[in-house]
Design a protein around this ligand. Structure first.
Ligand code: SAM
Length: 234
């Protein structure tokens, strides 16, 4: 259970929703137990500007803000109802903002980190790639893009995840998005990030879990965007 149980910052983040309606409170608690947030938070820089794209009710953004008081965290989502549900939580943390992203636009950076947690599978593959390209463009030199999605193996975890997502999106209607899911294999997505000039590491996060959790971290070189010595002398 280590790594799943909320730590002090996790408990504090969940407590931010104490005045929310029971449905939202239940949702953020279920979300905490189903997602490996404790493994993701240390992948963010301890200080600086952090953008979460597709933050939903804002639980991971809230956790990142509480765990890292030196961070300024902005969470955006296309779903105005979810942002409204997180508004009470965000109001309690001065360095946390949750806001609606009209048409899914990526807010201009530079961001020291951009994080995307379980969002891309709701979009067709080309739209996933466009969103990652737009996100990568806003990562500061020396910054990183953290992409948490589901992996492509083992088959039983992939089947379990598809069944659960079908329930959430089509039956319970908890999540906005297309009613088909596109799980792009992590190695394909890693290739997209490399084409955006990021140095990528891939890590499975599914040990002891029924979902095939997986994370890619794309790092932007500190000197990115500066003229090389060859360019500078011409
Ligand atoms: C499964 S939820 C995950 C929410 C949150 N990241 C978490 O881990 O709890 C996916 C979220 O992505 C949002 N979303 C889908 N497409 C988006 C886009 N293009 N831009 C921003 N948010 C998007 C949905 O509205 C939904 O809230």
């Amino acid at each position: 259970m280590t790594g799943r149980r909320p730590d002090a910052a996790g408990r504090a983040a969940l407590a931010l929703y104490r005045d929310a309606p029971w449905r939202e409170r239940a949702h953020v608690h279920v979300r905490w137990w189903s997602a490996p947030f404790r493994r993701l938070e240390p992948l963010l820089p301890a200080t600086g500007a952090v953008l979460e794209i597709g933050c939903g009710h804002g639980l991971f953004s809230a956790y990142a803000a509480v765990a890292g008081p030196g961070r300024r965290v902005v969470g955006v989502d296309i779903d105005a109802d979810k942002i409204a549900a997180g508004a009470g939580a965000a109001a309690r943390v001065p360095h946390l903002d949750l806001t609606v992203a009209p048409d899914g636009a990526v807010p201009a950076g530079p961001w020291d980190a951009v994080v995307v947690v379980d969002v891309l599978y709701l979009l067709p593959a080309e739209a996933q790639r466009r969103l990652l390209t737009a996100a990568a463009a806003q990562v500061a030199p020396g910054g990183r893009l953290v992409v948490k999605e589901m992996g492509a193996s083992p088959a039983w975890k992939v089947r379990w995840n598809r069944w659960q997502e079908t329930l959430s999106v089509r039956v319970l209607r908890i999540t906005e998005g297309s009613t088909t899911f596109t799980f792009v294999p992590p190695d394909v997505m890693a290739g997209w990030l490399r084409e955006e000039g990021l140095a990528v590491t891939a890590t499975r996060l599914d040990a002891g879990r029924v979902h095939p959790h997986h994370v890619l971290v794309g790092e932007r070189a500190a000197g990115w965007g500066q003229p090389t010595s060859a360019t500078a002398t011409t």
